[in-house]
Design a protein around this ligand. Sequence first.
Ligand SMILES: Nc1nc2c(ncn2[C@@H]2O[C@H](COP(=O)(O)OP(=O)(O)OP(=O)(O)O)[C@@H](O)[C@H]2O)c(=O)[nH]1
Ligand SMILES: [Mg+2]
Length: 327
Amino acid sequence: MTHLAQPAEAPASLAAAVAAGDRGAVARALNLIDDHRAAAHDRAAELLAALPEDRLLGAGHLVGLTGPPGVGKSTLTAALIRHWRGEGLTVGVLAVDPSSPFSGGAVLGDRLRMITPATDPGVFVRSLADRGTFGGVSAEAWPMSQILLAAFDRVLIETVGVGQREVDIADLADTIVFVAQPYSGDAIQVIKAGILEVPDILVVNKADLGAGARRTLSDLAAAIRPAEEPGGWTLQALAASAAIGTGVAETAGTIERHRAWLADSGHLVERRQTAPLRWLLARLVERFGRHGIGRLGGDGAVAERLAEAPTGAFALLGEYNRLLSQH
Ligand SMILES: Nc1nc2c(ncn2[C@@H]2O[C@H](COP(=O)(O)OP(=O)(O)OP(=O)(O)O)[C@@H](O)[C@H]2O)c(=O)[nH]1
Ligand SMILES: [Mg+2]
């Protein structure tokens, strides 16, 4: 038997299959994003440019779920998947960062797969090794989130960490949920460290373990300041037990309310429109430093160039990579 090389799948037809929610197509699309050979990068750029713009700009919901190791992010993710599936919504999950001391170095997605139904065609889970050079989320997280956004009603990105990662995930997600441990002071830490602006929703998990969750929640409630601008979003804090399932519907409801607020205030489209620029600038700084961006004429010049580039940030990164690596 001879092995003939399969002709490469046309990016436009792959994009159409992704937009139809075909899980096999989604897997192939994510593999293409993950393939760093030049030809693959060009095809990935074509694929991303062919995704339906109305879905990427106004539809779906990109939810970032973050918090310290072992706090119950994957368990909460699984519970949210069940909730959303119960409402007839499809769900795509990207689990970033494989190396948590709590999961014993197992890939997060594996644990997630253990607790989610693999046979449901309305659920897709992919794990992504964290290769962010500066401790941020992977460079692939944003383009991959776009694939999932085009394919599924709800997209959840799980990342571990307190600090820089939340800021990074905030660059690409519409809504940030921070999961905290009862008693731990994590949540209070978030407030004190001044990254309070980052999460939109705080969930004190493991409420089944005792009064700690309620105490942590009331500490939080006392520390939260209402939104400064009229009609702004005020950080919402609630308690849940992802393992038992209490507080999950409330968490999903609060996530939905935040989405409605984003959509009504115009922030949803604005966030989606500015995410590619934030991603592109972060990649350029990572690879070439501020100096590299300086050589391109500064942030403003990159922004202008992106606004004019019909093929998008992913294609433009390839172009800039070639340009800056030449010298
Ligand atoms: N008692 C209790 N245990 C929970 C709850 N949620 C999760 N756990 C347990 O906490 C441990 C970690 O849960 P995960 O969902 O893997 O936590 P994670 O935040 O995703 O962990 P990493 O991805 O490794 O950072 C597991 O043993 C869970 O069973 C909860 O609501 N109550
Ligand atoms: Mg996890």
